[in-house]
Design a protein around this ligand. Structure first.
Ligand code: DC
Length: 222
């Protein structure tokens, strides 16, 4: 008999720990972790590199061939045959992705890719509109958040090792600006689905957050 496919949606603002925690949970549950932000970042990279004007995005993106590949469970994002997994992780692409992800043509282009992966695999998929738009029938929906200060503090600590590390205030301003853009856009804004469980990680360690999510998943699926 076919194994039942389980879809778990995790949404929340930038820096709430979604990807780290979702990776820990997917390893423990043995399902694929899908970071949909990487798709939006790859679209932003393609748009930036090719200097595509907003009005041309719908036509131009159709040729972009953006895809996810999973190697030993780890996700890589490709534009054609080029692995851009590293190139998409700059502050410039973070900001560009936040802007271009508000453009309906970008969301339409990436919609089917996300749905297909979830149709074919048991996934923990993280993003901004997974529980509300991409997987409205997900088995479990989590809205993962933390205060802007806590999120900035975590991002800042991660960035300290980098050469051109911004100041804490710059990191905080960046988080607040991205929250603003992600929550107030017209198409698929970041918001908690009505049937999503809220998990606030401000005062939780990564392990405690992962435990809490596993507890919620077990409660909903067993
Ligand atoms: O999760 P992230 O920071 O890598 O996402 C980058 C940007 O992409 C983020 O500012 C909002 C956008 N995004 C989105 O609109 N919908 C998603 N499902 C995932 C990301």
């Amino acid at each position: 008999m076919d194994k039942k496919i389980i879809n778990i949606a995790i949404d929340g603002p930038a820096g709430a720990g979604k990807s780290t925690i979702a990776k820990m949970v997917s390893a423990r549950l043995g399902c694929i972790y899908v970071d949909t932000g990487a798709l939006y970042r790859a679209a932003a990279l393609y748009i930036t590199e090719n200097s595509i004007a907003d009005e041309d995005i719908a036509v131009e993106l159709a040729n972009a061939d953006i895809s996810l590949r999973f190697v030993d469970g780890a996700q890589c994002v490709y534009i054609g045959d080029r692995d851009v997994s590293g190139l998409i992780r700059t502050p410039e692409i973070s900001m560009a992705a936040s802007r271009t992800s508000a453009i309906p043509a970008v969301r339409e282009y990436l919609f089917e890719t996300q749905q297909r992966i979830a149709r074919e695999n048991s996934v923990i998929m993280d993003g901004r509109d997974i529980g509300t738009v991409v997987l409205p029938n997900a088995d479990v929906k989590i809205f993962l958040t933390a205060s802007a200060e806590k999120r900035a503090e975590r991002r800042y600590k991660e960035m300290l090792a980098q050469k051109d590390c911004p100041t804490f205030s710059e990191v905080l301003a960046d988080i607040i600006k991205r929250d603003e853009q992600d929550m107030n856009r017209e198409t698929a804004p970041l918001r908690q689905a009505e049937d999503a469980v809220l998990v606030d990680t401000s005062d939780l360690t990564l392990d405690e957050s992962a435990d809490e999510i596993i507890r919620i998943i077990r409660e909903k699926t067993e």
